[in-house]
Design a protein. Structure first.
Length: 49
C-alpha cells in the first residue's frame, strides 16, 4: 500500500526523504484516507438507493 502513496507523492512533487517523519506525511495520509472513504460511501449510496 505504501508504494502507491509514494508514487502519488512523487507525482505532486514531494520526495520520500522530504516528508519522512514530518507531520505533513500524516496529514496527507489522513486526507487521502478520508477522501477515499467518502468516495466509497458515496458510491455505495448511489448503487444501493
Amino acid at each position: 500500500m505504501t508504494h502507491i502513496f509514494d508514487k502519488f507523492f512523487a507525482k505532486i512533487g514531494l520526495e520520500e526523504d522530504e516528508i519522512q517523519g514530518s507531520p505533513l506525511r500524516g496529514i496527507l495520509y489522513v486526507g487521502i484516507a478520508v477522501m477515499t472513504a467518502l468516495m466509497f460511501i458515496f458510491t455505495a449510496l448511489t448503487i444501493f438507493t
